[in-house]
Design a protein around this ligand. Sequence first.
Ligand code: KG4
Ligand code: ZN
Length: 335
Amino acid sequence: MRVLGIETSCDETGVAIYDTEQGLVADALYSQVAMHAEYGGVVPELASRDHTRRLLPLIQQVLDAAGMRRDELDAIVYTAGPGLVGALMVGASTAHGMARALNVPVLGVHHMEGHLMAPMLEDCPPEFPFVALLVSGGHTQLVEVRGIGRYRLLGESVDDAAGEAFDKTAKMLGLAYPGGPEVARLAESGDPGRFRFPRPMTDRPGLDFSFSGLKTHTLTALRQLEQAGELDDQARADVARAFEEAVVDTLVIKCRRALDDTGLKRLVMAGGVSANERLRERLAREADKRKARVYYPRGRFCTDNGAMIALAGAQRLLAGERDEIGFMKAVPRWP
Ligand code: KG4
Ligand code: ZN
């Protein structure tokens, strides 16, 4: 079955064709990051309009790359949520329109299930069951995964997501949007020994996270440095480093706990923050100690993309799921 996947939940237009026998056939991405950068965050109305402009040409580009005609597609899947409602509707209505014209099944999938399945796009995919750390701009969750749709939430953030904390810290440091990669870059020249920020909620049992206190701590540190006349480039880098160390350490402690609690030996990480090099290094070391293995998608499949949606949707189609014709789904809040 050859499945076209469409992702338009936020600020990336992603399209891919996934073959249930051969794997990923082609994919393309258009990022709106530069357009939103001057506003310091995603502007929903601009996002929807740009998806409308980019989506059909991108679909054609992917079909050309795969050497396929539109009528050779066997199904269409799209991100139905969570995300920005206007942006979601562009993908949903395009998917349903195409499915009706081509008379093929169509299915809306959960964006986070896409992230969760992204490591399966790689050559040595993880087998079920595994523990997944989902860390994106909107979510921070630990999930026990027994199979597609068989999830047990082990813990999640009670306030800000890890990526959101990175983005807000970047703003405080005067860095560009999206902040995660920028903070990580600045942290490279930071001294890890100068400041030590708290590791929230690690001193009590459980697998929940909290990152909003850390954000406040960062702001206070920056203000104090400024008042003392010490906020130079090095101090900024040292703060970025202390912040990154605190987030990474917190995530690592909870992953370790999740592996111990479940007794599982496979850890999958996905979502934008899983692109963070320091997090990858630390988790790899921890896994080694436990004879466990860490899996993550290649860099460009960590952040939003069409390939992960095509793959997740294909799995659900194989299980017999599909949308009712004429009933497209756009669900901005979808637990
Ligand atoms: O999964 P994603 O592309 O979109 C959502 O579904 O949210 O994740 C984007 C998030 C942003 O908050 C971004 O700052 C963060 O992932 N991010 C990073 C890195 N690359 C992206 N955070 C830390 N280090 C990185 N290298
Ligand atoms: Zn995402």
